[in-house]
Design a protein. Structure first.
Length: 590
C-alpha cells in the first residue's frame, strides 16, 4: 500500500474525534464509540488485524479505563466529603481571608487552591470547584473560569495523585511489546521509565511554569480591568514569582521521587510559605486592585449566576479548625509515601509475594488457565495474560492504586468531621453521578487507543497505526521534531479532554518518533506529558464544566480564545527547552 494512504488511514480515527468533538461539538459519549468502531474497521480491513486481537485490545483498554475510573471516583468521594462536611469551607476561608486584593486572591485561590485540587482529584475538578469560589469572592464569571483554568495547568501532569503519569505513561508503554523490550534493554522497567519521564516533565514545568501565577494575574488585570494595562500585574510581580518558586521547588523535588506527589506537595508547602509571608507583611501590594464597578461589566462577563448570589460560598466564620480540615489530605500524602517508598509494602500491594519473618505472604490466590487466557486472581485485583489467546495482557491491583488511599482518607474523614449518615450518602451519591459522564467516553476512547496501539502486534513486521503516524510525523519534521512534541500532546488533550488519555494515545507515538529522529525518548515523552497538561486550557469538556458552574454556558469560544495566549507561550517555551535539552544539554539520556 502507498505509505501516504497508510498514514491517512492511521490518522482517520483521530480525525473523526477532531471533526465530531471539536468541529461539530458532539458530546464525547457519542463521539468515542464511533471513533472506536472506525479504529476497529481500519484495523480489520486495512491492517488485517484478526478480530480476536481487536477484541483483546479493546478489553485491554477497558481494563485501563477501570483503573482510571476507580481513581476518579475515589478522588470525587473525598472531594465531596470535604464539601458536605464543611471542611472545604474552612479551606476556602483560609485562602480568601488573607487579602481583599483581587491579584492576591488570584494567586492564592486560582493558583494554589486550584493546583491542590488538581493534585488530589484532577479530571476537570479544579476549574469546576474554584470558578464558583472566585465568583463568590466577587470575580466576573468569565474571569473566574479563565483564571481557574490557567492557574491549575502546571499541576495537571501530576493530577489525581499522578494518574496521567503512572497510568497514562506507564500502562501503554508496557502494553506495546516493542517499547517494553527497548526500555528493558536499557535497564529499566516501564514503571521506572514513567518515573523518569515524570522527572523531566517536572523540569520543563518548573522552568516554564514558574511565571504562571504572574500570567494568571496578567490575564485578570489586562482583560478584566478598567484599563487594558499590565501595570497592576507588575506591581505584584515579586509576589507572583515568589509564589511560582515556592510551588516549584517542592514540586520538582517531589517528582524526583514519585509521580504521585508533585502537585500535592507543591501546592501545600508552597501555599503555606506564601501565606506565611503575606501574614508577616511581605509582598503585600501597596494599593488594592479591584474590578470596575459591576454596572460597567459587559454582558459576556456575567452568567445567570451573579457574584451576589453565591457570597455564601465563603463562610463568615470557620466551621472547623484549618488543621482538622487539612487532615484527610495530610493522611493521603502520608499513606501514599509509605505505600510507595517502603519496598516490602509496595511489592505486597502490587500482588508480589513477600517474606515476613519467614512466612510468604501474597494478595494473589493463584492462576487459572482458561480458553480466554491465563487469569491470576487476587484479593483486591487480577491479572489477565494472553487475553483471548493473544500476546496482550493487562490487570488491576486495586490495593496499590491511589484510589484506595483516597477512599481510606474519605472514610477517616467521616468520624473526624462528625458527618451524619445523610451527608455521607450525599457525598458518595454526587461522586457516583459525576462519574456517569466520563464512564462511556473514557472506556471507548481507551479502547480506540489500544486498538491503534495493538493493530500491528498480530504479525511480525507490521507497524501499528501509532508507529505509522509517529514515523511519518518524524520524517516530516526531522530534527525540529522536539519543538513540536508539546504541541502534539496539547492537541491530544484538547481533542480528548484528558491529559491521561492524551498520554495513552500519543505517548507511544512520541516514543517511536523520538527513536526515529534519534533524540532522547524520556525528554520527548516528558514534553508530551507537559503538552497534555496545557491542552486542558482549551479542552472543551473542562471549559464547558467550568462555565456551567458559574452559569455562563455558551461562552466556550471566548474562553478558549483567551486561553490560547498561555497555551502558545507554554508550548513554545517547552518546545525550545526540548530542542536545547535534546541536542545540547542532555543528548545522551535514554
Amino acid at each position: 500500500m502507498n505509505p501516504t494512504i497508510d498514514v491517512l488511514f492511521a490518522a482517520f480515527p483521530l480525525l473523526v474525534v477532531g471533526v465530531l468533538l471539536v468541529g461539530l461539538l458532539w458530546p464525547a459519549a457519542r463521539v468515542m464509540p464511533i471513533a472506536w468502531l472506525v479504529a476497529l474497521a481500519i484495523g480489520f480491513f486495512v491492517w488485517g488485524t484478526p478480530p480476536r486481537w481487536l477484541l483483546a485490545a479493546t478489553i485491554e483498554g477497558v481494563i485501563t479505563a477501570v483503573q482510571i475510573l476507580f481513581i476518579v471516583f475515589a478522588a470525587l468521594v473525598l472531594l465531596y466529603t470535604m464539601l458536605r462536611s464543611g471542611a472545604f469551607d474552612t479551606l476556602n476561608r483560609s485562602f480568601a481571608e488573607i487579602s481583599e486584593d483581587r491579584r492576591v486572591q488570584t494567586v492564592l485561590v486560582a493558583f494554589f487552591l486550584a493546583t491542590f485540587i488538581e493534585g488530589a482529584a484532577g479530571f476537570g475538578t479544579p476549574a469546576a470547584v474554584v470558578a464558583p469560589l472566585l465568583l463568590g469572592l466577587g470575580f466576573p464569571a468569565l474571569a473566574a473560569v479563565v483564571v481557574a483554568l490557567v492557574g491549575h495547568v502546571i499541576a495537571v501532569t501530576y493530577g489525581a495523585v499522578g494518574t496521567p503519569m503512572l497510568v497514562g505513561i506507564g500502562e501503554p508503554m508496557s502494553s506495546v511489546s516493542e517499547i517494553e523490550a527497548t526500555i528493558q534493554a536499557n535497564g529499566m522497567t516501564t514503571t521506572e521509565f514513567a518515573v523518569e519521564v515524570a522527572r523531566w516533565a517536572a523540569t520543563y514545568h518548573a522552568l516554564v511554569g514558574v511565571v504562571m501565577p504572574l500570567f494568571a494575574v496578567g490575564m485578570v488585570v489586562y482583560f478584566f480591568g478598567a484599563d487594558r494595562s499590565l501595570d497592576p500585574a507588575w506591581e505584584v510581580a515579586p509576589l507572583c514569582l515568589f509564589a511560582g518558586v515556592a510551588f516549584g521547588i517542592p514540586y520538582w523535588l517531589a517528582a524526583q521521587v514519585s509521580a504521585e506527589f508533585p502537585a500535592l506537595l507543591g501546592s501545600m508547602l508552597g501555599g503555606a510559605v506564601v501565606i506565611a509571608a503575606l501574614r508577616l507583611g511581605y509582598f503585600e501590594p501597596e494599593s488594592q486592585w479591584e474590578f470596575p464597578p459591576q454596572s460597567e461589566w459587559p454582558d459576556h462577563w456575567i452568567g445567570t449566576i451573579h457574584p451576589a448570589d453565591v457570597r455564601g460560598v465563603v463562610p463568615s466564620e470557620y466551621t472547623m479548625s484549618p488543621l482538622r480540615a487539612w487532615t484527610p489530605y495530610v493522611l493521603l500524602v502520608v499513606t501514599l509515601v509509605v505505600t510507595r517508598s517502603v519496598e516490602p509494602i509496595s511489592r505486597f500491594l502490587r500482588g508480589e509475594t513477600v517474606d515476613v519473618f519467614g512466612v510468604a505472604l501474597s494478595l494473589r490466590f493463584g492462576t487459572v488457565t482458561t480458553a480466554v487466557g491465563e487469569i491470576t486472581i487476587g484479593l483486591f485485583g487480577f491479572e489477565w495474560a494472553a487475553i483471548l489467546g493473544t500476546g496482550i495482557e493487562n490487570g488491576v491491583e486495586i490495593a496499590y492504586l491511589p484510589g484506595t488511599w483516597l477512599l481510606v482518607s474519605a472514610v477517616v474523614a467521616i468520624p473526624l468531621f462528625g458527618m451524619s449518615r445523610g451527608q455521607v450518602l450525599e457525598a458518595w451519591r454526587e461522586a457516583s453521578l459525576n462519574l456517569r459522564s466520563p464512564l462511556i467516553a473514557l472506556a471507548f476512547v481507551l479502547a480506540m487507543a489500544h486498538v491503534m496501539l495493538q493493530s500491528g502486534a498480530h504479525a511480525a513486521g507490521v507497524d501499528s497505526m501509532i508507529v505509522v503516524l509517529a514515523t511519518a510525523t518524524a520524517d516530516t519534521l526531522g530534527p525540529a521534531y522536539p519543538f513540536a512534541a508539546a504541541f502534539i500532546g496539547a492537541l491530544g488533550a484538547a481533542l480528548m479532554g484528558s491529559n491521561t488519555v492524551s498520554n495513552i494515545t500519543f505517548g507511544p507515538f512520541q516514543f517511536f518518533a523520538a527513536e526515529s529522529v534519534g533524540v532522547p525518548r524520556t525528554l520527548i515523552v516528558g514534553a508530551q506529558a507537559v503538552g497534555g497538561a496545557i491542552g486542558n486550557l482549551v479542552a472543551i469538556h473542562n471549559v464547558v464544566a467550568a462555565l456551567a458552574t458559574v452559569g455562563l454556558v455558551g461562552e466556550e469560544g471566548r474562553v478558549m480564545r483567551l486561553n490560547l495566549v498561555p497555551l502558545v507561550y507554554y508550548a513554545t517555551a517547552v518546545g525550545a527547552l526540548s530542542l536545547l535539552f535534546s541536542y545540547v544539554l542532555f543528548p545522551d539520556v535514554f
